[in-house]
Design a protein around this ligand. Sequence first.
Ligand SMILES: Cc1cc2nc3c(=O)[nH]c(=O)nc-3n(C[C@H](O)[C@H](O)[C@H](O)COP(=O)(O)O)c2cc1C
Length: 393
Amino acid sequence: MRLSDAHSAGDMRRFARRRLPRAVFDVIDAGAGDELTLRWNRESFDRISLRPRALVDVKKVDTTTTILGDPVSMPMMLAPCSFARMCSSAAEPAVARAAGRAGTLYAVPGGSGERPEIVAQSATGPLWYQLYMKPDHQANVELLDTIERAGYRTLCVTIDTAIKPYRERDLHNKISLPVTPSPRLLLAGLSRPLWSKDFLLGNSAGFDLMAARRAYNNFADAIMHIKSVTAEEISWLRDRWKGPLVIKGVLRGEEVPRMIDLGVDGIVVSNHGGRNLDGAPATIDVLAEVVEAAAGRAEVFLDSGVRRGTDVVKALALGAQAVLVGRPYMYALAAGGERGVDRMIELLRNEIIRAMSFVGATSVAEIDASLINPGTAPSRVDPGTDPALASVH
Ligand SMILES: Cc1cc2nc3c(=O)[nH]c(=O)nc-3n(C[C@H](O)[C@H](O)[C@H](O)COP(=O)(O)O)c2cc1C
């Protein structure tokens, strides 16, 4: 299993499946419920076809763009994903280094196993800090102080995880959240000795079982103490956080103007990779609606199901400023540690360049709605008047 033999996110997934104990692979791979949304995320991308422009000189293709003012080498960043320490002992610092090397942005997860200030020290590129708000107000204050001191500029608050996620694959595997190192997990690891050695002994950077324990404690602290995020919390965050503020987990257009009025700078259209509400729509199907509602007053990003350079072009053509990928780099981290993440980003970047070349877009600005075959794009759903919304205005 050589990294150079991986040529796509699908290959990385197969490599990860071979490397990880089944229960650990499922923690990364699974969706909620019947995994409808997980499937729709892909099916909806696959339904859209592209209309390549003719007679364009694509000798030079420029993938650079900006994300809320941060210059990046491509319109793709790394989504906040907990559990990196389960994929590789190199964990979040390795992801931060790989993102920086590629010139792109990493959204450090609120459930990061490694402390956010340590991850920031490893980073050379721009970072977001993804926040899971805690019920304890003082804990939020202290956390924001810490991440501000660590140098994070952009805060991304996830709003789609008000309760503990529930995934049946984990239940069948007898994995409960938060995942803790247990004899059962270690037993499962016997089938994957390379993974077990790395998990238990860590790497030369000095990670060890205690680091794994600390990772789970950090994760547990974030995920076990979450609360509903309401307009009140967004207002508080807006007052408290001076840098750009992003909301992650938006799937309805009509809510967006109010979010922007509250001072939000960025919106991530996300269904959490199909991991929370099964039955939530594919994000690419609601993107245009959110972009229209944002009306250029906030940058709109998309994640959930992005696996190909052509997916990136489709999302940008429908109005996204950039996309985030989650599982692809997590599979890659499992398959080959830090080098795996390097390889995955490089593969996706090459796919973006190829997709842009073939559609005849020599810069990100040239990716527009004319590249989408109209009959294949999702039709805009009219949300009508929502009584719940009338009461909050
Ligand atoms: C293993 C895993 C852990 C995740 N942890 C978080 C998290 O801590 N915070 C968060 O906002 N989203 C989390 N997500 C969701 C991702 O940020 C992102 O929305 C999703 O992975 C995008 O879909 P994709 O995996 O199909 O690319 C996680 C996703 C995965 C797969």
